[in-house]
Design a protein around this ligand. Sequence first.
Ligand code: HQG
Length: 195
Amino acid sequence: MNKKSMTQTSKFLSLVLRHQPEAAGITLDSHGWADVPALLGGMTAAGCPVDTALLEEIVRTDEKQRYSFNAEHTKIRANQGHSVKVDLNLRPVAPPEFLWHGTASRFLDSILREGLKPMSRQYVHLSPDTGTAEKVGSRHGRPVILQIAAQQMAQDGYLFYQAENGVWLTDTVPPQYIMNGCELRRESSSDDERR
Ligand code: HQG
């Protein structure tokens, strides 16, 4: 299978495992697991033919390690990114001093006012490095990178989790923990340029 059709199959797989299991006529259990035979049958019936070998290849080669099998490879789930409510059994972990969030410049005003919210997903997603954050932000438009005082948040009682694939998750980031907020606001303000 060529890379383009594999990407398309992977996108449908993400949709099913994170957002709309009903698109393949299946259900997820409370921990987000789908039954592999049901998934293969359901995706194929929905016009996206996939067999065990292809599913194994998608999971193995996914550049973001988006999916995991159980030990027997009879079940599969997405490692993060869900909008359906699932309990991934994540245990709180101490974060590094700083984490990063890539977003688009047009969201900046709202984010600096209200903080980071999970929007349609279960958690706010944070990156361990600026390079990853920049890629995440570029998906939405002109990227801006927010520096998050994660360790300070943890000291103040906020919980952090790390998904199977290294992505950091937390419920919300209030604006005072966005370290470079002032700087970004200054950069994005055209008034400032005129001074
Ligand atoms: C923004 C991808 C206005 C937030 C990535 C983001 C990631 C606000 C957008 C994963 C806001 C939501 C998640 C507020 C947050 N006002 N906008 N108060 N608070 N936002 O896609 O973090 O390829 O749901 O900044 O790599 O971009 O799918 O979240 O721009 O790991 O595997 O609202 O998804 O992975 O967008 O991305 P998203 P995200 P996959």
